[in-house]
Write a protein that binds this ligand. Structure first.
Ligand SMILES: Cc1cc2nc3c(=O)[nH]c(=O)nc-3n(C[C@H](O)[C@H](O)[C@H](O)COP(=O)(O)OP(=O)(O)OC[C@H]3O[C@@H](n4cnc5c(N)ncnc54)[C@H](O)[C@@H]3O)c2cc1C
Length: 597
């Protein structure tokens, strides 16, 4: 696999040309997050990702994790990489300076996570879960808990986890049965077993802080009786860390992300501390889950970027056959496979998805910062609405397509893709989990259709529909011939999305199975349309900038335009099939007799 190069130019394009990333500096606390500083941050993390994290990707895949003396050991080099990131302050990049963080905006944390994931998804899991635990504790923890735990999470001396899943409680967290008994002194005794816990135990830090869902004895049944607790592996007591009844019982043997420890964890009378209010654990957990869902969407995009880079490099070098129109490189034994239309189709699909998804991610992430920190409550509300709407789309659409793109990269490599040496089969295996954890993609689709569309009588939806409609109307009125070939197909897809939404609102209300049967296709229709809108905007920008630049810069904008054209001609038409599928209704699915399966 070639050395990964962080897409710094494209990150700058989406954050500072397509969107107004500079507006972050107007938000309280983010005055120093200037474009220059952000550029330096991204450059540095890009370098660490290429030079330190990527070389460990294969090591982690081959060595995996193991249990020794009751503790999990990570692959060779992981601890050193963690320490390097710690020393550079990367664990607290977007954490509050009050707890030792760098105070960078959330969106910049998101941008900085992409290179780390592209280089080594398994390793990035340890960082990502620690950020998630920080977020939930910072938002919902008591001052005492925050003071005791946040500085350790921020400086990376301790790491975090998210302990939801139990054998009988996966998607349905209402079935969680881990018990929490009030010990009378502000603490609780936690007993139960959790499975599939990422970063559940490891040797990167002195301690692991688990955020765990559990049920108190008098709690109402189901989801309304779940509370969230902080349970450290080692409990601070009298200036020392003492064992707290937390054991990693076993490690899962997985299809991918082998370098990330996935643990079965037993809690036995472990001391835990309530986070937030009793029985309101899901509310606190959602803080973590929403940020985590967006982050998993970045995983889809980041894997696709790594896959694209590997496939493009391979296609330039691999010599097979001749171009259909006659030899392009007659002095070579054969032409590079880059000349073949089918190979170009695959490479451009990867590129069009990746750059479009990067734009969608940036949009959602910037809105999250505005939702958290903008002084105007109306702007905060609008930003929160849009980010809430886009989050399931970013998570599910980007991971479904991220997996598709990793597969395409394997296909470009032919047989070399299927063998281990080239590293792309690892990308395919690693990418697969992103469609499953943090709420399966089917659940994301139900969230979009069942919660986000009807929220506040369609208010979330209008935050997306209005800017898209305004952009398309303005473009149609201008009738710029250079934009027309892009705008017309996007307008068509948008029309389909609007009609599918109206159909869902009507039919889903009468029969929930209609909504359930349409949800995944609807989410994809939404994703393709959102990327279509963003590609049209990117093309408009590129048209203007191409004319005023030369050399590499002009080439960058020309490639943007060409990729936009590919997207609307070769990928956006999928919206037609998705529209037809949504409107076909649930009959063909639900009328099939159960006993015939
Ligand atoms: C490698 C790995 C790492 C993980 N990391 C963590 C972690 O750090 N912390 C943690 O708590 N968990 C973690 N998980 C667990 C993960 O979040 C769950 O596997 C996931 O939520 C799905 O739960 P499940 O596996 O029980 O599947 P199920 O819930 O049994 O789902 C099976 C299928 O049924 C569908 N389904 C279920 N319910 C519905 C419904 N109501 N409507 C429509 N379809 C439905 C699902 O979409 C899925 O296709 C991890 C899992 C893996 C494999």
């Amino acid at each position: 696999m070639p050395e990964y190069q962080a897409p710094l130019r494209d990150l700058r394009f989406v954050y500072y040309e397509l969107f107004d990333g500079e507006s972050l500096t107007a938000l309280p606390g983010y005055e120093e997050a200037t474009p220059d500083l952000v550029e330096a941050v991204l450059e540095e993390i890009g370098k660490i990702s290429s030079e330190v994290l990527q070389p460990l990707n294969k090591v982690g895949d081959e060595e995996g994790c193991r249990i020794e003396d009751g503790h999990v050991r990570t692959a060779t080099g992981f601890k050193e990489a963690w320490d390097l990131l710690r020393e550079g302050g990367w664990m607290g990049l977007s954490a509050d300076p009050e707890y030792g963080g760098q105070g960078m905006p959330y969106a910049i944390g998101v941008a900085a996570s992409e290179p780390m994931i592209s280089a080594n998804l398994a390793f990035s899991m340890y960082v990502f879960l620690t950020h998630g635990a920080y977020d939930a504790l910072a938002h919902h923890g008591s001052d005492e808990l925050k003071a005791a735990f946040l500085p350790h999470l921020v400086d990376g001396s301790w790491a975090g986890t998210m302990c939801l899943t139990e054998p009988q409680a996966g998607t349905d967290l209402g079935l969680v049965s881990t018990r929490a008994i009030d010990a009378g002194d502000g603490a609780y005794e936690i007993t139960g077993s959790k499975i599939f816990i990422s970063a559940g135990d490891h040797d990167l830090t002195d301690n692991v802080v688990h955020l765990i869902l559990a049920r108190m004895p008098d709690a109402p049944p189901g989801i309304k009786g779940i509370s969230m607790f902080l349970v450290p592996k080692l409990r601070p007591e009298g200036g020392r860390l003492v064992p707290n009844g937390v054991t990693c019982v076993s490690l899962e043997h997985k299809m991918g992300i082998s370098g990330s420890s996935t643990c079965v964890i037993a809690f036995e009378d472990s001391v835990g501390y309530l986070i937030g209010e009793p029985n309101k654990g899901m509310r606190a957990m959602f803080t973590m889950m929403n940020a985590a869902r967006l982050h998993v969407g970045v995983q889809g995009l980041a894997i696709a970027e790594a896959a694209y880079q590997a496939a493009a490099a391979f296609a330039r070098e691999r010599l097979q056959g001749r171009a259909l129109t006659g030899p392009k490189f007659p002095n070579l034994e054969a032409d590079p496979i880059l000349v073949h239309p089918d190979v170009r189709r695959m490479l451009l699909s990867m590129r069009a998805f990746t750059e479009g998804a990067r734009a969608l991610t940036a949009w959602a992430a910037l809105e999250i910062d505005h939702a958290r920190s903008h002084p105007d409550p109306a702007r905060r509300e609008a930003a929160d609405d849009l980010a809430s709407l886009l989050t399931p789309v970013v998570k599910a659409f980007q991971t479904d397509l991220g997996f598709e793109m990793a597969n395409l990269a394997l296909q470009v490599h032919g047989g070399y893709g299927y063998v281990r040496e080239y590293g792309v089969e690892q990308l395919v295996r690693d990418a697969r989990i992103t469609q499953i954890y943090e709420g399966t993609n089917g659940i994301q689709a139900l969230d979009l259709v069942g919660r986000k569309l009807p929220a506040h009588m369609g208010r979330y939806l209008r935050r997306f529909f209005h800017p898209v409609a305004a952009f398309l109307e303005a473009e149609q009125a201008t009738a710029d011939p250079a934009m027309a070939e892009l705008v017309a197909p996007v307008a068509k897809a948008f029309d389909r999305l609007q009609r599918a939404t109206a159909w869902l609102a009507q039919e889903g209300m009468k029969d929930p199975d209609q909504a359930g049967a349409a949800a995944t296709d609807y989410l994809h229709l939404f994703g393709y349309t959102a990327l279509g809108y963003l590609w049209a905007r990117m093309a408009k920008l590129a048209l203007a900038k191409e004319a005023e630049t030369t050399g590499e810069e002009a080439a960058f904008y020309q490639a943007k335009l060409a990729t936009a054209r590919f997207y609307v001609q070769r990928m956006l038409p999928r919206s037609g099939a998705l529209f037809a599928t949504v409107l076909s209704g649930s009959g063909a699915i639900m009328d099939f007799p159960d006993e015939a399966f």
